[in-house]
Design a protein around this ligand. Structure first.
Ligand SMILES: Cc1cc2nc3c(=O)[nH]c(=O)nc-3n(C[C@H](O)[C@H](O)[C@H](O)COP(=O)(O)OP(=O)(O)OC[C@H]3O[C@@H](n4cnc5c(N)ncnc54)[C@H](O)[C@@H]3O)c2cc1C
Length: 492
């Protein structure tokens, strides 16, 4: 088959893909094609129409990314997403975690003390993680770090468990047991200390992805034939000279280089065939990181019945993470008069809820809301949620580093194989999980590829990105001995 020729195939038109194509264009590389599964750009920035406004027009809500996380401190570095949000006058509400009402199985209550205790422990663990990193010490779970700082709530201490869920699982998707102390702290520090502690909640009725749609227009005019929407990449053949990309349309593109920005979930679920199969070190890296699920259940009510607070936090007495967080959008300074309310679940509760029908989920959520506010609370007029764990172009929401990973194994996720390059939220060393991670990785990879094109020859043999074909453990082999309780030769 004769394939179309191009210099760079950019695969995926989310934040990383659009930023990569823009950076190629900035570097004078205009001979590229951009191939995208969906009929829109933006990827996991995903505004959708929901409910009904007073004029009959639905509201826009954010099924995917919703916050600008970290902005700028003084004249320090600014989060590029914050720069774009300002550039396009994105409407936001400054998140105030003190604007909250708390509930348990008996209704209104107060467990602010638990939230404060948790916040203090978190700060201490992040400092401890810095010393582990700095002194090249073994990583541990975030739970271990918490225990060492005296934070280890009983399983039936629903107030402390809920405080922990809200400020940890609600951000990193996973439990502290499932998260690396060092690298989760890096993500927290990079976003909230390097930039700033601010979170701006986006409720712009043009949609958050306006920033990406508008940026795309700066180098990709409307109907530019280089953008191929509704086209699924099914097979990628790569070597040290070129990459050939096959699509579900029966078409193919032969490129000198490709920048692949599909989510970690797409790679883990083997939704794309690689020829030759990805090397063992690459497959190990792809398997080693986690893509979590964060599910937002959107509801609209005829009349708001909630407190005028940004957060309503519910401590279920039996199940940690059972509908623990509600965010009213119908509050002063946001979408007043909209009757909109979001319920959030993550991780195991997401998988459970995403496997249910809307009706089943509505029955559960309403039982919780009636526990919180009384039996008179009416059913919503609309309810909808996106099932991220089942979405074939994502298979999850955003990534996290489990314990027992290392910078080297993450670098293996990030690095190229032949002329096929990888970029996206999950490849970011410091900003994984966040929009800025996707943005900066798209930029970095495109700069690298543009420098290859501008250079004298094939940069993957002369100027390869760093990789680690062999990752070593932290215990030298000669210490597997009797003194360490290693009494039998159990290695195959
Ligand atoms: C529910 C949720 C909440 C979030 N909240 C926040 C937040 O508040 N703040 C924040 O900073 N970040 C948040 N994030 C994370 C943020 O959305 C991501 O980090 C970022 O959007 C990832 O961008 P990306 O370009 O790396 O990947 P993607 O956006 O996934 O882009 C990859 C693109 O590749 C396409 N693709 C996949 N497979 C194929 C294929 N086979 N062929 C062709 N195209 C394909 C996809 O359709 C997609 O458009 C959230 C994410 C989710 C899902």
């Amino acid at each position: 088959q004769e394939c179309e020729q191009t210099k760079v195939a950019v695969l995926g038109a989310g934040v990383a893909g659009i930023r990569a194509a823009q950076e190629l264009s900035n570097n004078g590389v205009d001979d590229f094609v951009l191939i995208e599964y969906q009929d829109r750009i933006g990827g996991r920035m995903h505004d959708v129409k929901f409910g009904q406004g007073p004029d009959g027009v639905p509201y826009k809500v954010e099924a995917g990314a919703n916050w600008v996380q970290g902005t700028v401190t003084g004249d320090g570095p600014e989060n590029p997403i914050s720069v774009l949000a300002k550039k396009y006058n994105i409407t936001t509400l400054v998140t105030d975690q003190d604007s909250l009402a708390m509930f348990d199985q008996h209704g209104s209550t107060d467990f602010k003390y638990a939230i404060d205790e948790f916040g203090e422990a978190l700060e201490k663990v992040v400092v401890d993680a810095g010393s582990l990193l700095y002194n090249d010490l073994q990583d541990r779970t975030f739970r271990a770090g918490f225990r060492l700082e005296g934070w280890d709530p009983l399983k039936n201490d629903s107030y402390r468990q809920t405080a922990e869920w809200w400020l940890f699982d609600g951000e990193f998707i996973y439990h502290p047991e499932e998260s690396s102390e060092i690298f989760t702290s890096v993500a927290e520090n990079a976003t909230f200390n390097y930039y700033s502690p601010d979170n701006l909640f986006v409720y712009d009725q043009r949609g958050f992805a306006t920033i990406i749609r508008e940026e795309a227009k700066t180098f990709l005019p409307d109907s530019d034939p280089r953008l191929r929407l509704s086209t699924e990449v099914t097979r990628i053949e790569y070597d040290d000279d070129s990459v050939t990309v096959h699509t579900n349309q029966g078409t193919c593109v032969h490129a000198d280089y490709a920048i692949m920005t599909f989510s970690l979930g797409v790679l883990q679920k083997k939704a794309v065939e690689f020829v030759p199969p990805l090397p063992a070190w690459k497959q190990a890296a792809i398997s080693s990181f986690e893509l979590g699920t964060y599910t937002k259940i959107f509801m609209q009510f005829d009349t708001p019945f909630w407190d005028n607070k940004q957060y309503l936090i519910y401590a279920d007495p039996e199940t940690r993470g059972y509908y623990p967080e509600f965010q009213p959008l119908d509050i002063p300074g946001a979408l007043e008069g909209s009757g909109l309310l979001i319920a959030t679940v993550v991780n195991d509760q997401s998988y459970r809820v995403e496997a249910q029908t809307n009706e089943q989920t509505q029955a559960e959520v309403m039982e919780v809301l009636r526990t919180m506010y009384g039996p008179q609370v009416p059913d919503p007029t609309h309810l909808w949620y996106k099932r991220w764990s089942q979405t074939p172009w994502a298979y999850g929401s955003y990534s996290n580093w489990p314990p027992a990973t290392s910078l080297q194994s993450h670098q293996n996720l990030r690095t190229n194989v032949g002329n096929l390059f990888f970029a996206g939220e999950a490849t970011s060393q410091e900003f994984f999980g966040y929009l800025q991670g996707a943005y900066l990785e798209g930029q970095y990879t495109a700069e690298f590829v543009a420098s290859c094109i501008g250079g004298s020859g094939n940069c993957t043999t002369s100027d390869d990105e760093k990789r680690y074909p062999v990752l070593t453990g932290v215990t030298p082999y000669n210490l597997y001995n009797w003194e360490h309780g290693w009494v039998a030769d159990t290695l195959a």
